[in-house]
Design a protein around this ligand. Structure first.
Ligand code: SF4
Ligand code: SF4
Length: 152
């Protein structure tokens, strides 16, 4: 709830958990309940998926995967199909899903990672690629042409 409200336009104007960048990947039959926050867009499913055995139970890779991927509905904006990605609540002192988790199921730990300089450009390309996959490139180009005419 808090994730979708924080990312609403304008901020906090609405909430819809389907727009959240964190999900509980839940599969009671296989005893899978994992909170996963959204990572990068994957244009195709993995060919070979690893299996993990934890406490004698076997889980497949998708159970822990952060990707917005064609194999499932998680981490996609419900109306546009655009991939959703956690931005750690940019501008906030603490991730809001951690702050507002009243049962302390979520914690945040910092670790060092190299940051790609081209990330913003890549995010734009991922968004366009995902729109083109859903609606077709012709429709996207038509819409862009119509928008540019409007601006003239
Ligand atoms: S959800 Fe993740 S692990 Fe599963 S097919 Fe997609 S990218 Fe691969
Ligand atoms: S850290 Fe922020 S953006 Fe990421 S899942 Fe939590 S509430 Fe959403």
């Amino acid at each position: 709830m808090i994730c979708s409200a924080f990312h609403a336009e304008p901020k906090y104007s609405s909430n819809n958990p389907a727009r959240a960048r964190i999900r509980l990947i839940r599969d009671p039959i296989r005893d899978v309940y994992v909170p996963v926050y959204a990572g990068d867009y994957a244009p195709a499913e993995c060919a070979g998926r690893d299996k993990y055995t934890i406490a004698g139970k076997e889980y497949d890779e998708c159970s822990f995967c952060r990707a917005s991927c064609p194999s499932r509905e998680e981490f996609k904006e419900p109306d546009s199909g655009l991939p959703l990605k956690c931005d750690m609540c940019e501008g906030e002192e603490e991730p809001l899903c951690v702050k507002w988790c009243t049962v302390d199921a979520l914690v945040v730990e910092e670790r060092e990672e190299e940051v790609e300089e081209q990330e913003e450009q890549e995010d734009l390309e991922v968004g366009l690629e995902s729109l083109a996959d859903k609606y077709g490139m012709d429709k996207i180009l038509d819409a862009v042409a119509r928008l540019s005419k409007k601006d003239e």
